[in-house]
Write a protein that binds this ligand. Sequence first.
Ligand code: GTP
Ligand code: MG
Length: 154
Amino acid sequence: MEKSFVMVKPDGVQRELVGEIIGRFEKKGVKVIGLKLMVISEELARKHYAVHEGKSFFEELIKFITSGPVVAMVMEGEGVIGVIRKMVGATKPGDADPGTIRGDFVLDAGQNIIHASDSKENAEREIDLFFAKEEIIEYSLAVRPWIYSLPKID
Ligand code: GTP
Ligand code: MG
C-alpha cells in the first residue's frame, strides 16, 4: 500500500503539537508504520531539501530544520500521499484553508510545523533517507475492515 514520509518540524515539536498532528492522521485511518524523534544533521537536511538549493530561503530553511528535534514518520494508507498533503494544507499561510494543519496552526511561510512527501518518487527517496528498512514495521490494525471496504491487498 502507498507510503508517505511525514515530519513534524522543530517548531511543531516546540509548540507541543506532535500529539495533535499524529491524532489527526490516526483519526483519518492513516497507519503509522515508522516513527522516531531525531535531530537532523546538516548533511541530511541538505539532501532532503536538495530541490530548493540555490533559492533565497534555502540556508534559512537548513538552519530551521536542524534547529531542534523533529518527529520523522512513515505513514501508510490508500492514496496517502495526496490525502496527507491535503490535510497539511498550502505552503503560503494565506492559502492554507481552515481545517488543514497549516490552516489551523501556521502564520509563517517558513515555520510551518509539518512536512509531507509530494509524490511517490519523493516519498520513496525521503523514506530511504530517514529510515533503515528494519525501522519500518509492517503490521495489521484490528480496525482495518472498518476503515476499508476493499479486500485486504497489503
Ligand atoms: P515541505 O513539506 O516542507 O516540503 O513544504 P511544501 O512542500 O509545502 O513547500 P516547499 O517544498 O515549496 O518548501 C519547503 C519548505 O521551505 C517549506 O515548507 C518552508 O518551510 C520553506 N519555505 C518555502 N518557501 C519559503 C519562503 O518563502 N520563505 C521561507 N523562510 N521559507 C520557505
Ligand atoms: Mg516540499
